[in-house]
Write a protein that binds this ligand. Structure first.
Ligand code: AMP
Ligand code: ZN
Length: 465
């Protein structure tokens, strides 16, 4: 498998270090709000990655944290006057619901920062012992970035080009490259800011910084050095740069062997923001009548390393694509012939595309090349469709949208009318057949006649056709 490694800034050959098992860590959601579709694009990329790893014959141990302690969760909970757990659990549940809707597989572990305070304190103590971290008068602990010679290697930031940062410090969880300076490992308790939320530690009451959380949880589950660390491009700096500095300073070993980052999602060509009224959660799209299956297929239709310009028109185009696929599957299910087709070339095309840094547009092309080929064969002959269905199932181990047709509740009377239409057509009673069609269409369904039956589908799934 070839992947693009962010630190090396090039495509490299990738294999796990041991046991044919990829040990992979993903920065999960900050559970202070509902995830937006940009966040979800990144999580679908990580799902694609784990499914591809398995498709290519490797195993995976995937850890995704849930950030339940950071500036935003604490602010949310104190503003509402409720405990951190009460505040975050709503968004944690919503996050898992979103993953289900998007047909994402479960990671092997979902640790939360609140469950690892003891381990984080131990790690901070070790960093102080090694003199790469220091306690300030205000009882905060900071990491001294000048102590880590390789600081900046991941984000390609030259430390000697920075302003003299010796005394400059930053205690917020997120900041930009211009403010690269010593960053916070332990944040002293401030009753005005933190309400009742704090933990006791040898440095005083307070709470861990965001970066140490991921260093601690990734190394806890995957060891000092693991195979792959992923996130969105906005994680590269400062979060991942800081994770690397702390972890390598603590263990004296390389942290992750490779880094992969997904590009951002834009909406109608612009950054998603509430003020531009282009901010979508998955719920917003479901309310508009789109499905998780459609959103997933849209995300996968572009390669993870290019920005994805999300538009509702794009989603409608995906809807049509999935309808073509559904009709194809229906046709296969009706095909009762014995002609066996050679599909090896399509499987190879599909596998090669994924092996090449998850080139999903090319893997879509492999799927639709196959659909075109098989349709052309079926136009000529009845075929034995079992091999085609097997191959679709293989593709779907990665795609996760082929056989996920939404169950459409169709009213009993419509099913009856469809049967009546089919019978009427058999009997060449076209007046009755037309009347049944009208009845079905007036109720919001569309009609498709095949040799064996009359198929009805709900009309809204053909919106804007
Ligand atoms: P957060 O909950 O803010 O920690 O973000 C969760 C994940 O979403 C991280 O991997 C971010 O890098 C990623 N992310 C944030 N904004 C976007 C966006 N507009 N497009 C794609 N991924 C994003
Ligand atoms: Zn992280």
């Amino acid at each position: 498998m070839i992947i693009y490694d962010t630190k090396q800034r090039k495509k490299v050959s990738f294999t796990p270090e041991k046991d044919n098992t990829v040990r992979m860590y993903t920065c999960g959601p900050t559970i202070y709000n509902f995830a937006h579709i940009g966040n979800l694009r990144t999580f679908v990329f990580e799902d694609l990655l784990r499914r591809t790893i398995k498709f290519l014959g490797m195993k995976v141990h995937h850890v995704m944290n849930l950030t339940d302690i950071d500036d935003k969760t604490i602010k949310g909970a104190t503003q509402k006057g409720i405990s951190l757990d009460e505040f975050t659990k709503v968004f944690e549940k919503a996050f898992f619901d979103d993953l289900d809707t998007l047909k994402c597989e479960k990671a092997e572990e979902y640790p939360k920062a609140t469950e690892f305070i003891k381990e984080m304190i131990a790690m901070i103590e070790k960093l102080i012992e090694k003199d790469v971290a220091y306690l300030t008068e205000s009882k905060d602990v900071f990491f001294r970035i000048k102590s880590f010679k390789r600081y900046g290697e991941l984000s390609h930031l030259k430390l000697d080009e920075l302003e003299d940062g010796k005394s400059a410090r930053v205690d917020s969880d997120e900041y930009d490259k211009e403010s690269a300076c010593d960053f916070v490992l332990w944040k002293a308790y401030d009753p005005k800011r933190d309400g009742e939320i704090y933990w006791d530690s040898p440095f005083g009451k307070g709470r861990p910084g965001w970066h140490i959380e991921c260093s601690c949880m990734s190394m806890h589950f995957l060891g000092d050095t693991f195979d792959l660390h992923t996130g969105g491009v906005d994680n590269i700096f400062p979060h991942h740069e800081n994770e690397r500095a702390q972890s390598e300073s603590c263990s004296g070993k390389p942290f992750t062997r490779h880094w992969m980052h997904a590009e951002h999602l834009l909406v109608e060509g612009k950054k998603m923001s509430k003020s531009l009224n282009n901010f979508y959660t998955l719920r917003d799209l479901l309310d508009k009548g789109y499905s998780g299956r459609e959103v997933r297929a849209l995300f996968l239709s572009s390669q993870y390393r290019v920005q994805l310009n999300f538009t509702l028109d794009g989603l409608l185009a995906i809807r049509k694509m999935l309808q073509r696929l559904d009709s194809f599957v229906d046709r296969l299910n009706e095909s009762k012939g014995s002609k066996v087709l050679d599909l090896l070339a399509f499987e190879e095309e599909f596998t090669k595309a994924l092996e090449d840094d998850l080139n999903t547009p090319k893997s879509f092309a492999a799927l639709f090349d196959m659909v075109r080929f098989v349709n052309a064969q079926m136009d000529e002959d009845e075929i034995d469709a079992s091999g085609v269905i097997e191959l679709l199932k293989k593709f779907d181990k990665v795609f996760g949208f082929i056989f996920e047709r939404e169950k459409q509740e169709i009213a009993e009377e419509i099913l009856k009318a469809a049967k009546a239409r089919f019978m009427a057509r058999q009997e060449k009673d076209y007046t009755k057949a037309d009347a049944m069609r009208e009845l079905i269409e007036r109720a919001g369904y569309i009609v498709e006649d095949t040799k064996e039956k009359c198929v009805v589908r709900r009309k809204e799934s053909y919106a804007n056709d």
